[in-house]
Design a protein around this ligand. Structure first.
Ligand SMILES: Cc1ncc(COP(=O)(O)O)c(C=O)c1O
Length: 389
């Protein structure tokens, strides 16, 4: 594992690098891409070995016999997250946005309200609105530079037709690792309003040294009869193109309703994703993630130290994820003027905070999962754009 290696991603159909020009106007030839959440690192060798074995065999037929795959997930959740699950609690979907869309489709109907704690990963609102459900925005509050829930005010927005809440844990953007107490509060809120709780824990392995992610079922064991858990190998091991995710449902009633919907939509596994996922849920994969998080911890310290030197800029201290959430509010410039500096002058492509819902205005999200030399190049450009030398 060499996270310093520069791997050319332009002209490889990379969403991150090949779309930065059409989407953000940042030139592909000279720009640096720090938007969408995929990393510029190779996955563990186990993943490439698994693909090579498929290639040697040379036949790419339907995937069958999921026992090994399910056991690998059971092993990972037990060994890395202390959560004991049964193999038949797991559904594999075509990624987690797909898993979430299926949960929305299965457990709510058009017109129903779905609570989001904003700002939050923009795809949540996108699928909810596309499915003709209603987003109920419950804004997180900013206290001492970090996000917290404020359940004293959320109740007023939750009307009768609210049926679901979607939690992002750890939080994207903002990088919070929610505490047990906070997770219990989320569950109590869902219980009070009788909401299905979807806990998207795709970032569960990407936790900075010194922090500990707690899976929702451990924080609130009594949540099981309303809980839909979403996890994946793809964010952890940089396999997003494999489009595979786990929907884990312990409750038998919820599980059979979900299974019926999966059947009705004819969803069956993509063998490339299955082989890749099984290969990385291993001791080798665990060692790789530990090394990755050391590297990312160093990147985040470097990023924060230099960005926070720029007057009026506040980079939130990440407890998890590699997505730095940076506030430019104190600069007294409009979002448009900030974008001109970041995209236009520095030629760095980033996500715009306003796309993450209420509370996102004035922020920009920077993906720091890139070789250190690329990060340093980007920081130098940003410092120049904001006149710091
Ligand atoms: C919270 C969260 N959920 C889901 C996804 C995407 O999942 P997938 O690529 O499996 O659809 C992301 C990607 O950044 C994410 O941050």
């Amino acid at each position: 594992m060499n996270f310093d290696e520069i791997i050319e991603r332009r002209d490889t159909h990379s969403l991150k690098w090949d779309m930065m020009e059409p989407l953000f106007g940042v030139p592909k030839s000279s720009g640096i891409s720090m938007w969408v959440a995929d990393m510029d690192f190779r996955p563990p060798e186990a993943a490439t070995d698994a693909l090579e074995a498929m290639l040697r065999n040379g036949i790419f037929g339907y995937y069958g016999d999921e026992r090994g795959y399910r056991e690998a997930i059971v092993w990972w959740m037990a060994n890395r997250h202390d959560w004991l699950i049964e193999p038949d609690w797991v559904f594999s979907t075509h990624g987690l946005v797909n898993g979430m869309a299926l949960a929305v489709d299965t457990f709510t109907k058009p017109g129903d309200g779905i609570v989001l704690f904003t700002p939050v990963y923009h795809a949540f609102a996108k699928i909810i609105e596309a499915a003709h459900r209603r987003v109920i925005e419950c804004p997180l509050s900013l206290k001492n530079g970090r996000y917290e829930f404020d359940f004293s005010v959320y109740g007023q927005w939750v009307q009768e037709n609210a049926k679901m809440a979607i939690l992002c844990s750890p939080h994207n953007p903002g990088g919070r690792v929610w505490t047990r107490d906070e997770l219990r509060d989320v569950h109590n809120f869902c219980q009070r309003h009788d909401l299905i709780l979807v806990s998207d824990e795709i970032h569960h392995d990407l936790v900075m040294p010194g922090h500990q992610h707690v899976v929702m079922p451990l924080a609130a064991p009594e949540a099981m009869d309303r809980l839909v858990m979403l996890t994946a190998t793809t964010k952890t091991f940089n396999l997003a193109g494999a489009h595979i995710g786990n929907v884990i449902i312990a409750d038998e009633r919820l599980r059979s309703t979900f299974a019926q919907r999966m059947n009705a939509l004819g969803i069956s596994p993509n063998s490339f994703g299955m082989f890749l996922a099984e290969s990385v849920y291993s001791l080798e994969g665990a060692e790789w993630v530990d090394a990755l998080m050391q590297y990312l911890d160093h990147n985040r310290r470097l990023f924060d130290a230099r960005m926070n030197q720029i007057s009026g800029v506040h980079s939130m201290s990440l407890e998890a994820t590699y997505l730095a959430w940076v506030g430019f509010h104190d600069m007294k410039l409009s979002d448009e003027e900030i974008r001109q500096k970041i995209n236009g002058q520095a030629q760095v492509a980033v996500n715009y905070g306003s796309t993450f819902g209420m509370g996102g205005q004035g922020f920009h999200r920077f993906n720091i999962a890139t070789p250190r030399s690329v990060l340093e190049d980007a920081l130098g450009r940003l410092e120049q754009a904001f006149d710091v030398c």
